[in-house]
Design a protein around this ligand. Structure first.
Ligand SMILES: Cc1cc2nc3c(=O)[nH]c(=O)nc-3n(C[C@H](O)[C@H](O)[C@H](O)COP(=O)(O)OP(=O)(O)OC[C@H]3O[C@@H](n4cnc5c(N)ncnc54)[C@H](O)[C@@H]3O)c2cc1C
Length: 291
């Protein structure tokens, strides 16, 4: 079988993650349209290689030993944004969420101001049901086009079980496009609201450091950062990995961390919080690759 166009071998995943760690993916393919995606999936299947789809890598902890099989990233047509009716936007799942938020605000379409500082792709944001300031992306979705079990199809929002940082079965599919329903508003006011969210974020989050955002999910009725601070786990460091002084649920790579440092630090933080508070933190960051 012919190799998919643009296939890369031993592609360092540190280039594709905001933590800037991770060994090489055996194979890496950027797919620019549905035909390209089908070709990549069929090639991986014929070679019996596992597949992993990634977005902007802003919620991933990739092993130092890399990723077995084929990593797929969407590009080209999956980066296109279109207004399809006065309040409906169609977006490819590779669109960067801050860009989508800005595009909508400029058109006087409100709803995505909260998402201005979420540095992920639309696909990753849908899988994670990314959210902030009391809102999450799932609230605004009308439909999602996806690829699953060898077929392309479109599903409506009511078929998706969006929850806190989860989206039912979406993580088992490759998400391609979504329709997003917005509310008309003043472009100027929407921009002001988004800027205010960004100001708050800059005050509370280490945006210039390498991280994957919140390392742990907030347990019901609790804030993970608070549990980490109260347990004293925020003082831990492993190699080049440490807990951010600004936001105690962010684990940062100070420049030379290995994925194994970050993982060990996460385990130490989790154990300390458990022994001090009895609460078991769950990871929000997705650990992928050969661990
Ligand atoms: C500084 C910083 C701030 C952050 N702030 C927030 C915040 O406020 N709120 C929040 O919720 N998150 C936040 N995050 C985390 C992260 O940005 C979100 O989880 C984001 O939605 C992940 O998107 P991604 O494209 O980077 O996904 P990736 O990290 O690339 O992947 C995440 C998961 O989605 C899957 N995936 C990605 N694309 C697709 C696709 N097209 N089809 C199927 N599966 C796919 C991957 O397989 C993986 O399981 C922050 C991260 C950083 C670094």
């Amino acid at each position: 079988m012919k190799e998919p166009e643009g296939l890369l071998r031993n592609e360092p995943m540190s280039r594709h993650t905001t933590l800037h760690v991770g060994g090489a993916a055996d194979f890496f393919i950027s797919c620019i349209n549905e035909d390209g995606l089908l070709e990549a999936v069929e090639w991986a299947k014929a070679k019996n290689k596992p597949l992993l789809i990634i977005g902007a890598g802003s919620n991933l902890l990739v092993s130092d030993d890399g990723i077995e099989g084929v990593v797929i990233k969407l590009d080209g047509e999956f980066k296109v944004l279109k207004q399809v009716s006065p309040t409906l936007i169609s977006a490819g799942c590779s669109v960067f969420v801050p860009e989508l938020s800005r595009y909508c605000a400029e058109k006087g379409l409100g709803g995505l101001e909260f998402a201005r500082g979420i540095p992920g792709s639309l696909g990753g944001a849908l899988v994670m049901n990314a959210g902030a300031y009391g809102h999450s992306i799932g609230e605004l979705i009308r439909s999602v086009r996806l690829f699953r079990d060898g077929n392309f199809f479109t599903i409506n929002k009511k078929e998706i079980n969006f929850g806190y940082r989860e989206s039912g079965f979406l993580h088992e599919s490759i998400l391609l496009f979504a329709e997003i329903e917005l509310v008309p508003g003043s472009a100027e006011k929407l921009e002001e609201t988004a800027a205010e969210f960004m100001r708050k974020r800059k005050e509370r989050q280490p945006l210039n450091a390498w991280s994957a955002g919140c390392a742990f999910r907030n347990p019901p009725g609790e804030k993970a950062w608070k549990l980490i601070e109260e347990s004293g786990a925020h003082l831990f460091k492993v190699g080049g990995a440490e807990v951010s002084g600004l936001h105690k649920n962010f684990i940062i790579n100070t420049g030379k961390a290995h994925a194994s440092d970050i993982w060990r630090l996460m385990c130490m933080v989790k154990d300390k919080v458990k022994s001090e508070t009895g609460i078991e933190l769950e990871m929000e960051v997705k650990k992928v690759g050969r661990w």
